[in-house]
Write a new protein. Structure first.
Ligand code: DAH
Length: 358
């Protein structure tokens, strides 16, 4: 307790006057407390009213001006006022905090009834869709997907497929070479045949080999430097040309429709003997002849043939015991025929106006 100098008679103050003054401070403090509009203002109020140099505390300095017997009485009164104001302060603080929280929640309110933002759903590229259609059909006929590399050696891409160095047949494949001599980007999926045979020999084989191929070509409406192929290979005993025709016809009917006519044309590939290309009746003109089928009524969809004995041997199979058929088709070509797409460059030019149609 701080002691104060004892007042002289002249300075003595009347207790009732001091109480009046204290009551007035009390009343006024209650009013300003009500006016405090934020927790910040409330803290300021607390400091200025109940703090060490606050208005109520300052009243204790006047105790010394009272006659001694009145002093405890006034001291008690100050404490009562302090307690009452402290209680009022706590009450106000609680109310203000609730008010502020409510205001904040109202300001940051989420309207959960608003419609959500549309989620952009991706979709499969038309080439992927066509690939999956192809996998499904071949899968139903017992063919497994066999993945093989896009970067190949000259040996696998050409030599083991019965295309020796300097053979004119190499002109059928314009090739991208890497800086490593003998390492190239595969020009077709056919080298996968050798990989599959060497892995499975002497077991029978039924696989399709899908994947990207690369050719050093002038890019035009009909040819791209990269495109997919799906190779097919069946190896076993007693596999004949009739199996090849029946299987490929079954594929064409499921891909293009039950009534779609097909035909085989003799052709040459170094890795098959005999070799044939397969045409389907033009899907656009129904065989009548149009610009797309060059007025022939037919569209070529794949190359095929009976696996050449040399290729069988390179895969580890004895051509006296085993035979097989193989084919290679272009899914982008097939998609173009199926959907009437007139330019192959759409596939890799990433134009949404094209892609969103599928
Ligand atoms: N590899 C050939 C090409 O890219 C396509 C092909 C033709 C694959 C005949 C075959 C086949 O398996 O038997 O032009």
């Amino acid at each position: 307790m701080v002691s104060f100098p004892v007042a002289t008679d002249k300075e003595r103050v009347d207790l009732s006057k001091m109480r009046e003054q204290l009551d007035e401070i009390y009343e006024q403090s209650l009013r300003t407390l009500e006016e405090a509009g934020s927790t910040d203002e409330l803290e300021t109020w607390h400091r200025e009213t109940l703090g060490r140099k606050g208005s109520v505390q300052l009243q204790t300095r006047h105790i010394g001006q009272l006659v001694p017997e009145e002093r405890p009485h006034f001291g008690r009164r100050i404490n009562e006022v302090k307690q009452a104001l402290e209680d009022a302060y706590q009450e106000r603080a609680t109310a203000l905090r609730a008010q502020e929280l409510e205001a904040q929640m109202a300001a940051e309110a989420l309207d959960v009834t608003l419609p959500g933002r549309r989620a952009w759903r991706g979709r499969l590229h038309p080439a992927s869709q066509t690939l999956r259609d192809i996998y499904r059909i071949w899968g139903d006929m017992g063919f497994q997907v066999y993945r093989s590399r896009e970067v190949e050696t000259d040996e696998y891409n050409f030599e083991l497929l019965n295309i020796p160095q300097h053979h004119p047949a190499r002109d059928m494949w314009d090739t991208f070479h890497t800086m490593t001599p003998g390492v190239i980007l595969r020009t077709h999926t056919s080298p996968g045949q050798i990989h599959a045979m060497r892995q499975y020999c002497p077991e029978p084989i039924r696989v399709i080999l899908p994947g990207m191929c690369y050719r050093y070509e002038q890019i035009t409406a009909r040819s791209e430097i990269q495109f997919h192929q799906v190779e097919g290979l069946a190896v076993g005993k007693n596999i004949t040309m009739a199996d090849l025709k029946g299987t490929l016809n079954a594929f064409a009917r499921r891909m293009f429709g039950e009534d779609r006519a097909t035909r085989f044309r003799a052709n040459y590939f170094p890795f098959t003997e005999p070799s044939a290309e397969m045409d389907v009746e033009c899907v656009l003109c129904e065989g009548a002849g149009c610009q797309v089928c060059k007025y022939t009524g037919w569209l070529e969809i794949l190359g095929s043939g009976m696996v050449h004995p040399t290729v069988l041997r390179n895969g580890g199979y004895d051509p006296e015991v085993y035979s097989g058929f193989a084919f290679g088709m272009g899914p982008e070509r097939i998609a173009m025929l199926k959907y009437g797409i007139d330019d192959i460059r759409y596939f890799w030019s990433n134009d949404l106006r094209f892609l969103e149609q599928f």
